[in-house]
Design a protein around this ligand. Structure first.
Ligand SMILES: C[S@@+](CC[C@H](N)C(=O)[O-])C[C@H]1O[C@@H](n2cnc3c(N)ncnc32)[C@H](O)[C@@H]1O
Length: 551
């Protein structure tokens, strides 16, 4: 199928397509921080003229909440929201689950500064590059929002989003970027399904049944219990999922067994109720790794419960441990009212307490709560690119600083070719895993330090020599201004910035390259390359690697 050209990519129609970008700088610091405004940028201003949603003349217009509008989706933006225009007027709104080319009726649900959000009510004509979504839950669960968009079109949309953000939020000139070939084509993921090595399902006392949902769900309304994924936007409603096409076949077998028996009244198991704070079962986390000798899948099952009652879980453990791939059953006990999966106590109910995964020739031990790249196939590709971009001399002379190092995977894959790796990470367990992973792989030139990179002070950096290469792989909020300031003072010759949020990445690149005069910061880096990598087909998530060189 031919990939349609997105009309939103060209010329004037793009002009009105970025009103939400204003919010990026202000919303993305993870701790209180002065929030500089977006620079004047006339091209990001939305059109505000529309006489009436039903007609199309030109008085000032902002649609009222509840108003229905006929819309056309032009492109995908932040979090996979469709960028839409009111038909015949050009007024911009954002709509979840609207895909490029789709004409539909939407209802205004929220006003957001200078644009509005709408809820889709009815499709008039479908989007371009339509394919049939193979998963019955694709329209409901919130995970695979673009499963019915041809994969090539998904890639194109992600590539355009990165480019847009770097230019408009990062304030890089599109002409210069084109001249210097800054934007590299996105690297596709060859594995489109079953690529996720970790999924977390929730137990709930409130089952959500979509009115036009997958058949067979009707009986669930009766007792209201569900094991599945949260309905987007609801912390207390769960859509029952019997099979997820993103996780491994082995973990789907586990899910099927648990679905089959957990509601059996004779077991006396109850879901945790987030309103009353009563009940036992909170989450079912499933992780897939690989046996380091055979390369075959090995699975960890982690029950997150509100209290420690292993005898209650015995019947489930007995059944799932008959699946040959299951090598570990863990129990994280989280007695707090919060509904996270990290427990205060962790118990091994069956088998071992960690599973293995291999990456770039190294073996990693993964415990229930360790961070590990969730697509191991594509992590291999990502890490190879990082290593290539790091452009190491390979003479064991260089120092690498691995910021936000998690379980040390990036630093450890580089350690064989450098003098020393220093890794920083806030999660204690991840730091301990990183140290163990170094030992497991016979690596002695890596030091992992626990610390919060949002709270660094003037002493940061005194405990290690000046790095030649900085790797920075922050989570979605990006880097704190304190860390940016440190990097600008440090002046390492190369920074490899890996990001899972191109919006905050663009902001940080702007600071590193152009500075921030109101904070007395002078940029001293040149953007050499932006390489998007698709780690998560069918989802709005975008990963990219950016290479910066000292001017
Ligand atoms: C996107 S992950 C990258 C992990 C690792 N580089 C990898 O590829 O596996 C981001 C990591 O940053 C850590 N992190 C988040 N906020 C942090 C902070 N303020 N200080 C230090 N580490 C932080 C998270 O715990 C997580 O391990």
């Amino acid at each position: 199928m031919a990939v349609a050209v997105f009309p939103g990519c060209a010329g004037a129609s793009r002009v009105t397509a970025h009103p939400w970008m204003r919010a990026i700088r202000c919303s993305s610091f993870s701790s209180p921080s002065p929030c500089p405004p977006l620079p004047p940028h006339s091209s990001v201003e939305p059109s505000t003229s529309l006489p009436s949603p039903e007609s199309s003349s030109s008085s000032s217009f902002f649609p009222k909440r509840g108003k229905t509008l006929e819309l056309v989706c032009e492109s995908l933006a932040f979090k996979g929201m469709g960028v839409c225009k009111v038909a015949d007027t050009g007024f911009v709104v954002m709509c979840d689950r609207a895909l490029p080319g789709e004409r539909f009726i939407g209802r205004v649900s929220r006003k957001k500064g200078n644009y509005a959000e709408v809820t889709k009510l009815k499709t008039i004509t479908p989007h371009w590059d339509i394919v049939e979504a193979p998963c019955v839950y694709a329209s409901y669960c919130g995970g695979c929002k673009t499963q019915n968009l041809h994969y090539r079109a998904q890639l194109k949309a992600k590539e355009l989003q990165v480019r847009d953000l770097i230019i408009h939020v990062g304030r890089f000139s599109s002409t210069d970027c084109a001249k210097d070939c800054i934007f590299k084509p996105i690297v596709p993921c060859d594995v489109h399904f079953h690529y996720r090595n970790k999924m977390e399902f929730s137990f709930s006392a409130q089952c959500w049944v979509p009115s036009d949902g997958p058949r067979g769900d009707q009986d669930l309304i009766e007792n209201g219990y569900a094991l599945g994924l949260h309905v987007p936007g609801f912390f207390d409603k769960v859509l029952r999922i019997d099979k997820c096409m993103l996780q491994s076949e082995a973990t789907n077998k586990v899910l099927a067994i648990v679905q089959d028996c957990w509601r059996d009244p004779s077991l006396g198991l109850s879901p945790y109720d987030v309103h009353t704070h009563r009940g036992f079962l909170k989450h079912l986390m499933l992780r897939t790794g690989r046996d380091k000798r055979t390369g075959f899948a090995e699975v960890m099952v982690n029950f997150v419960t509100s209290s420690y009652k292993p005898e209650m879980l015995d019947p489930l453990v007995g059944r799932i441990s008959t699946i040959p791939e299951v090598v570990s059953v863990m129990n994280n006990v989280n007695s707090s009212v919060g509904n996270t999966s990290v427990g205060e106590q962790e118990y091994t109910l069956y088998g071992k307490s960690t599973i293995n995964e291999m990456l770039r020739g190294l073996t990693f031990n993964i415990s229930a709560n360790s961070f590990f790249q969730t697509n191991s196939y594509q992590a291999e590709v990502l890490y190879k690119l990082i290593e290539d971009f790091a452009n190491l001399k390979g003479d064991l002379s260089e120092i690498v600083l691995d910021l936000f190092c998690g379980t040390g995977t990036i630093g450890l894959t580089l350690a064989r070719r450098v003098r020393h790796v220093y890794g920083f990470e806030v999660v204690k367990q991840a730091v301990s895993d990183a140290r163990q992973n170094a030992v497991l792989n016979g690596i002695h030139n890596a030091t992992f330090i626990q610390g919060d990179l949002n709270k660094i002070d003037g002493d940061f950096g005194k405990e290690f020599p000046k790095p030649d290469i900085v790797i920075s792989d922050p989570n979605r909020p990006g880097m704190h201004l304190k860390l940016i300031k440190y990097l600008l003072n440090l002046q390492a010759s190369r920074i490899i910035y890996i990001s899972c949020n191109p919006a905050t990445c663009a902001r940080d690149l702007d600071y590193l390259c152009h500075g921030l005069p109101e904070k007395n910061l002078r940029g001293c880096y040149r953007l050499k390359c932006v390489q998007p990598v698709d780690m998560f087909p069918h989802t709005p998530h975008i990963e990219c690697i950016c290479v910066l060189e000292l001017c």
